[in-house]
Every structure is written in structure tokens, then in C-alpha cells.
Design a protein around this ligand. Structure first.
Ligand code: CDP
Length: 225
């Protein structure tokens, strides 16, 4: 089974690029962040505070997630409910990094992520895919971009989704999340060993997609011969 691991900070272009790479290679796409977001969404609805890790861990034992593939994208329901666009709502956005910093939560999510190979060849995006989830895969990429460019991209997404946004607030929120993600004790965001680093600041989505898809295709045929 082939696993393409694409890591990087928020709004580095990972999601769009990973989806397109999956389409171009005819692989299945997995957004690992959606699991951390899904758990955060469900936990908020259960009245939990993500800073109370003991309560979160106790709650986690009873959480039921069901995965399915729809048009080459892995999706899930939690307790039978589809979180949909709620995954990108503000309360989820502000608490997800606290949720993702809890070691037991990471173990739980990583176990589910490793299981995704049952869906065939995959492109998985996240923060620790090449370093922790699939460290043995030879297909690792790390996307980055300047914080201002990332804030601009996220701001545009937010305006499309919510009809409004504040670019400085977006920049602050990204920086807060970057800080939490790179400094946490368990599986901090880092460049995985052997990953190809791509700075996307002045690249188009299409350029990045072509670069990754070509690299994977070349290495797949090299590994075969
Ligand atoms: O879309 P964006 O890059 O902003 O976020 P995401 O990929 O949906 O991830 C949301 C949050 O989940 C991140 O800020 C991390 O705190 C956490 N996360 C993680 O810890 N490990 C992953 N493999 C993926 C996400």
C-alpha cells in the first residue's frame, strides 16, 4: 500500500494540494486534522473543557466513530452524526490545538489513521504523518509558506465560508495555533526525517500538485523496477 504523507502548518496549502494530488494519483484522501476537529466538536457539544484533559480522556473511551469513503475522500460520523461544516467553526478552531495536545487523544487518532490503509493507497495530510503516523513511508512532503501569506489564504477561505473575516485576527489565530503545535510535548509539528520541503509562498496550487504527483509517480516506478 502506498501512503503519501503531507505535513505542514495551517494554511500552507496542504488541504487543497493533498486533495488534488489524491485525485491525480487516484488515491484516497485523508484529512487527519478533521479527526482532531471532529473530536473537539463532539467534546464541546458534550460540555467538556479541552483544558481538563482527565475529563476528555475519560469521555474519549466511549466515543464511536464510523468511517466511510465518498468520492475518494475519507469521511466519518460521530455517534451517527456528520459534523459537516461545523468542523471549521470558531469554537472548534480555538480549542482544537488543546485537544490535539492530549497524548491519549493522539494515540486514539493515530490508531484510526494507521487503519486507513484498508481503503487502499492514500494521501494523508496533517502535522505528524511523516514523523509519527507513517514514518516508514518513502513519500513524505512538508509544505510551508510565510505566515502573512498563510493568513491571507485562510482569510479568503473564511470570507467565502462565513461572508466576513479579519485578516489580522486570522494571523493572530494562526500564530497561536502554530505556537501550540510546534511546542507541545507529544508529536510537535516538525519537518519529518527525509521529507521534501516545499515553500509554497509564491507557487500556485497547480504547481505544487504537479511537483508532488510527479515525484510520487517517479519514485513508485523506481521502487517497482
Ligand atoms: O486546516 P488547518 O491546517 O488549519 O488545520 P487542520 O489540519 O484541520 O488541523 C487542526 C489542528 O489539529 C491543528 O492546529 C493541530 O493542533 C491538530 N492536528 C494535529 O495535531 N495533528 C495532525 N496530524 C493534524 C492536526
Amino acid at each position: 500500500m502506498v501512503v503519501v504523507a503531507i505535513d505542514g502548518p495551517s494554511a500552507s496549502g496542504k488541504s487543497t494540494v493533498s486533495k488534488e494530488v489524491a485525485l491525480s494519483l487516484q488515491f484516497t484522501y485523508v484529512d487527519s486534522g478533521s479527526l482532531y476537529r471532529g473530536l473537539t466538536w463532539k467534546a464541546i457539544r458534550s460540555g467538556l473543557d479541552m483544558k481538563n484533559s482527565e475529563a476528555v480522556v475519560e469521555w474519549l473511551a466511549g466515543v464511536q466513530i464510523d468511517f466511510f469513503v465518498e468520492t475518494r475522500v475519507v469521511r466519518f460520523t460521530m455517534e451517527g452524526e456528520d459534523p459537516g461544516l461545523q468542523l471549521r467553526s470558531e469554537p472548534v478552531r480555538e480549542s482544537v490545538s488543546d485537544m490535539a495536545a492530549i497524548p491519549e487523544v493522539r494515540t486514539f487518532v493515530v490508531r484510526h489513521l494507521r487503519d486507513m490503509v484498508r481503503f487502499g493507497n492514500i494521501v494523508m495530510e496533517g502535522r505528524d504523518i511523516g514523523s509519527v503516523v507513517f514514518p516508514m513511508t518513502p513519500f513524505k512532503f512538508y509544505l510551508d509558506a510565510d505566515p502573512e501569506e498563510r493568513a491571507r489564504r485562510r482569510f479568503e477561505e473564511q470570507v467565502k465560508l462565513e461572508g466576513k473575516g479579519d485578516v489580522n485576527a486570522v494571523l493572530d489565530s494562526l500564530k497561536r495555533r502554530d505556537q501550540k503545535d510546534t511546542t507541545r510535548k507529544t508529536a510537535p509539528l516538525q519537518i519529518p526525517l527525509g521529507a521534501r520541503v516545499i515553500n509554497t509562498t509564491s507557487m500556485s496550487i497547480q504547481q505544487v500538485v504537479e511537483l508532488i504527483a510527479a515525484d510520487v509517480a517517479k519514485n513508485m516506478s523506481a521502487n517497482r523496477s
